[in-house]
Design a protein around this ligand. Structure first.
Ligand code: DOR
Ligand code: ZN
Length: 425
């Protein structure tokens, strides 16, 4: 017995279908798309009036397990993911212990399978212990299930190590994801360096801490003819550098987070520590540039950088609070509200940014499109339905969101992973 989605208005990255079709999912795959498929003995969903998308893919999430299960676990993070419409997530290695050996990778994969809600792909560390000194055994990590490598949370400051990592990644055909923020230039800054930081008296982190890393990585990628993926781009200048690099044929891809295209550094004026994030919220001009870069394709995909922190950890002064905000449950809503309703992109482009492009970048060849033979990972949404973000509404273990109280468009109605309903509104 399979799962039959009736009357599906399918939105793929290359086409918004104009007539409803039925989608049959069997044994984890999409086996048939046609009109009037017989109900047979299948479990049936009526998708009339909704949009049916390939399952959303977030290639930048922080689950806190192992090590900080008080902030998030693989189980609570998976629950937040499917509530947000995600069927696959990649989790960053800044756990404790760090994802720098096969045992941790295998543990995460095993636990995610036990939870059984969405696909979880661990990102391996580039350097052992995230110490920027010695490379991890990337081949072993790949063999145990890592599709990508990163020292996310901080940049690989050691340029020679980064070059070596890029060379190995090229050989192994895996992705390198760089957190672009030079800590020496950040120098303890807690928000964007600019007029707002001066006015409210918080220490600024200058944009050059991002752009010098972007420029360095682009140069290394060009030199080695290797791929590099730049995490959470936040600046107009970064977009200019990436745009130019792409025009020269450099194999660079880039991502942006909803908080960087919705909020400006003015939000830090509330001293709400959920607005403290790395890289920091930027100026109005930067926010506008990120939106335009997403629309034109300079920024390839949208990610959450879901970074859960406990109330205790965040309820301290702005200077001492940890960086990060949660994003799995608000990402789709913010994207539809700001970019689709805002006229920057249409739903098909959104599917590209939130499913097809992430699948392509991460090398998930059987995902990111609703098509016969592909994985039955499907998200059904009502893009016009409004809802309000509330603290109680979050299923993530942490509630550090600056979007509480906001009205957003787009309700996730069903999330289907491997042909199984894993979330229903
Ligand atoms: O704000 C952030 N929080 N940025 C990062 O890159 C890391 C993350 C975290 O792990 O908390
Ligand atoms: Zn991150």
């Amino acid at each position: 017995m399979g799962l039959l989605i009736k009357n599906a208005m399918i939105v793929n990255a290359d086409k918004i279908w104009d007539k409803p079709h039925d989608i049959l999912c069997e044994e984890g795959k999409i086996t048939k798309i046609a009109s009037g498929i017989a109900t047979g003995g299948h479990e049936t969903i009526d998708a009339s009036g909704k949009k049916v998308l390939p399952g959303l893919i977030d290639i930048h999430t922080h689950l806190r397990q192992p090590g900080r299960e008080d902030k998030e676990t693989i189980e609570t993070g998976s629950r937040a993911a499917v509530k947000g419409g995600f069927t696959s997530i990649m989790c960053m290695p800044n756990t404790n212990p760090v994802i720098d050996n096969a045992m941790v990778v295998e543990f995460i994969i095993r636990e995610a399978k036990r939870v059984g809600l969405c696909n979880v792909y661990p990102v391996g560390a580039i350097s052992k212990g995230l110490q920027d000194g010695e490379l991890t055994d990337m081949a072993e990590l790949k063999a145990s299930g890592c599709l990508a490598f990163s020292d996310d949370g901080k940049a690989v400051l050691n340029s020679r190590l980064f070059r070596l990592a890029m060379e190995y990644a090229k050989m192994l055909d895996v992705l390198i994801i760089e957190h672009c923020q030079d800590p020496l230039l950040s120098a303890g800054g807690v928000m964007n360096e600019g007029v707002v930081s001066t006015r409210i008296g918080l220490k600024g982190d200058p944009g050059i801490s991002e752009t010098v890393t972007v420029a360095r990585d682009i140069e290394i990628a060009l030199y080695l003819n290797a791929r590099v993926h730049l995490a959470h781009m936040s600046l107009k200048r970064s977009c200019e550098l990436i745009r130019f690099a792409k025009s020269q044929g450099v194999k660079v891809t880039a991502e942006a987070c909803p908080h960087h295209f919705v909020l400006t550094d003015e939000a830090c004026g509330s001293f709400d520590t959920s607005t403290k994030v790395n890289p920091p919220l930027r100026s109005k001009e930067d926010v506008q540039a990120i939106k335009e870069a997403i629309a034109e394709g300079t920024i390839d995909c949208i990610v959450t950088d879901h970074a859960p922190h406990t109330k205790e950890d965040k309820e301290v002064g702005f200077d001492t609070a940890p960086f990060g905000l949660i994003g799995l449950e608000t990402s789709l809503g913010l994207t539809v509200t700001e970019l689709v309703k805002g006229g920057f992109i249409d739903l098909a482009q959104m599917v590209d940014k939130m499913s097809s492009a992430p699948a392509r970048i991460a090398g998930l060849a059987s995902k990111g499109v609703i098509k016969q033979g592909f994985d039955a990972d499907i998200t059904i949404i009502d893009p016009d339905k409004e809802w309000t973000v509330t603290r109680e509404g979050f299923v993530s273990k942490s509630k550090n969101s600056p979007f509480i109280g906001r009205k957003l468009f787009s309700q996730v109605e069903y999330t289907i992973c491997a042909g199984k309903v894993v979330y229903k509104f």
